[in-house]
Design a protein around this ligand. Sequence first.
Ligand SMILES: [Zn+2]
Length: 106
Amino acid sequence: MPISEIHVCQCADCVQPEEHSNKQIHKQMNLLLSRLDEQQRRWYVAVETNRIGHGSLRWLSLIMGMDEKTIQRGQQEIEQGLVERPSVQVRLSGAGPPRVEKKTQL
Ligand SMILES: [Zn+2]
């Protein structure tokens, strides 16, 4: 599995040379993001956007390097309870083959 590139936050707090309390947390957010798959990324950023609230969409888009439209799509999916998205267990390689239920042929 290729190692995903970790996005470097471009927000005003992170681009300044001085230390800022947000720098570490934004780094951690992007580190976490780099280990998630595409839809999980979208949902994580959507939940963060909802948590921070009004006006955070643009900011989160800057922090995570994610398109605002993608975040909005995530927000929609979260709001709908992810009903359209079946839960899939992601297995680590080496954990053995996934169990496959045999379908009975009629
Ligand atoms: Zn930042």
